[in-house]
Ligand binder design. Structure first.
Ligand SMILES: NC(=O)c1ccc[n+]([C@@H]2O[C@H](COP(=O)([O-])OP(=O)(O)OC[C@H]3O[C@@H](n4cnc5c(N)ncnc54)[C@H](OP(=O)(O)O)[C@@H]3O)[C@@H](O)[C@H]2O)c1
Length: 428
């Protein structure tokens, strides 16, 4: 019996999913055990040329009507947005017992557990492999291949736009704004790039990963997120001199008091696997018992990569493979106890712009000493008496709470020109 797909959203991902379903029809039929055919579609503009033939499909102006159509078995939501038409259509579809496939990380990070429960209550499947790390099948890996493992930590590079910007800044020495403009021209970054460069997109993906890894409802509000706006070409060069690369990392890790979830620009040793992930590529590392460490690498975004994950979910459902959205029954998902970021222990990178005058380095070192922070290295290049010069320090292990106090005290120094830039140094 033919499996009928209703496609909501025919943009970058939706059009590519429709094209690939048609182009690989024979292979997909063999793997799904039945032909998979798009019967209905919805988008904003009916007349837009999307490079796909929709003439044989029913057009719906209202996605929520498509969601409950008798002519649809699987609703594929590729519009995006935490609420709005995407959420309305997904809720309507699940309530009507239709299976749902989506790439919508914003919606799943916010409403995932409730939608999973709605799916189960109505005998429907909810799948969202494409919502995290594009073409990397990391959710399936966690839910199935690694199902017998106790996960200690999941971390990685979850935003291709930021990784592209950081690697370009390193290889060309160009400034952040300049490389961001190139990323926008290449179609990597949105016209409003805040979603990517302020860490929001990575935080949503991390919340979903964390939910599956630790058997909990995703909690986007528990993720402490910052981005790469404040990373300068100077930081990239200093980090390189110290033997590190700067990466925007998402980290979800068990701690003695709960689970720590954070997204921030970090220094990673240049010899680490993640330091070698360049450009728009994503990478997710899982530390778990008994497997040890597993690393998945691949394209994190783009129509083809994302459609690849959408098709995998469609084929699973069409083939009758049943899976809980978060790897276990929705009712059994716990609530994560968020570890306060202030408790995070580790080493730090500090860059401070100070007026170059006698005794300033002693003052800076004094502030760290008063807070019990021991300095691992100090870099200062050139002298420019009575002008601002950057001083860079790395510390031995301390805590986030202490380092924030240090930052406040450094900002208050007479010679300080601006608040210091702080970044975590990760040793994994
Ligand atoms: N692009 C990626 O690399 C990528 C990667 C991973 C996940 N995702 C996720 O995939 C989803 C889709 O992303 P995308 O890049 O394909 O977005 P997109 O290119 O902007 O496409 C969005 C589609 O939704 C349609 N749409 C918008 N509002 C609508 C409404 N009210 N009713 C019906 N249709 C509506 C648009 O219609 P028109 O075409 O007529 O304007 C368009 O076809 C998002 O959740 C995104 O986060 C994308």
């Amino acid at each position: 019996m033919t499996v009928r797909v209703g496609l909501i959203g025919l943009g970058t991902v939706g059009a590519e999913a429709a094209r690939t379903l048609a182009a690989h029809a024979e292979m997909i039929t063999a793997r799904a055990g039945a032909p998979v055919v798009v019967t209905e579609v919805s988008a904003r503009s009916r007349s837009k040329d999307r490079g796909i033939d929709i003439s044989g499909m029913t057009w719906r102006d209202d996605p929520s009507q498509l969601a409950v159509s008798d002519n649809v078995d699987i609703v594929v939501e590729l519009v995006g947005g935490e609420d709005g038409p995407a959420l309305a259509a997904v809720e309507a579809a699940l309530a009507a017992g239709k299976h749902v496939v989506t790439a919508n990380k914003a919606m799943i990070a916010r409403h995932g557990a409730r939608l999973a429960a709605l799916a189960e209550a109505n005998g429907a499947q909810l799948a969202f492999e494409a919502a995290v790390a594009g073409g990397i099948p990391i959710l399936k890996a966690l839910k199935e291949g690694l199902a017998g493992n106790d996960v200690e930590r999941v971390h990685g590079i979850l935003n291709g736009t930021c990784n592209f910007i950081l690697t370009e800044m390193l290889s060309t020495g160009r400034a952040f704004d300049d490389v961001l403009k190139e990323a926008q021209d290449l179609g990597y970054a949105e016209a409003d790039p805040g979603f990517d460069i302020d860490g929001v997109d990575a935080a949503q993906k991390l919340a979903i990963l964390s939910g599956i890894a630790f058997g909990a409802a995703p909690d986007i509000d528990a993720v402490e997120a910052s981005g790469i706006r404040d990373v300068s070409a100077l930081d990239i060069m200093f980090a390189k001199e110290l033997g590190y690369r700067i990466r925007l990392l998402g980290v979800a890790a068990k701690s003695p008091t709960g689970v720590e979830q954070r997204v921030s620009a970090c220094l990673v040793p240049e010899t680490a696997d993640l330091a070698r992930i360049d450009g728009v590529t994503n990478a997710v590392m899982v530390d778990a018992e008994p497997v040890g460490q597993a690393l998945l690498v691949g394209p994190g975004a783009g129509g083809g990569a994302t459609a690849s994950s959408v098709l995998a979910d469609i084929i699973d459902i069409a083939a009758g493979r049943r899976a809980y959205a978060f790897g276990q029954e929705a009712a059994s998902l716990g609530a994560l106890t968020a570890t306060p970021i202030a408790d995070r222990a580790g080493a730090y990178y500090i860059r401070l712009n100070v007026i170059d005058q006698p005794g300033v380095i002693a003052d800076v070192a004094g502030v760290l000493g008063q807070h019990g922070v021991s300095i691992k290295s100090v870099l200062q290049h050139g002298r420019d008496p009575n002008e601002a010069v950057p001083v860079v320090m790395t510390t031995h292990e301390t805590t986030e709470a202490v380092i924030r106090d240090v930052a406040n005290a450094l900002s208050a120094l007479e010679a300080a020109v601006e608040p210091p830039i702080l970044m975590k140094i990760e040793s994994f």
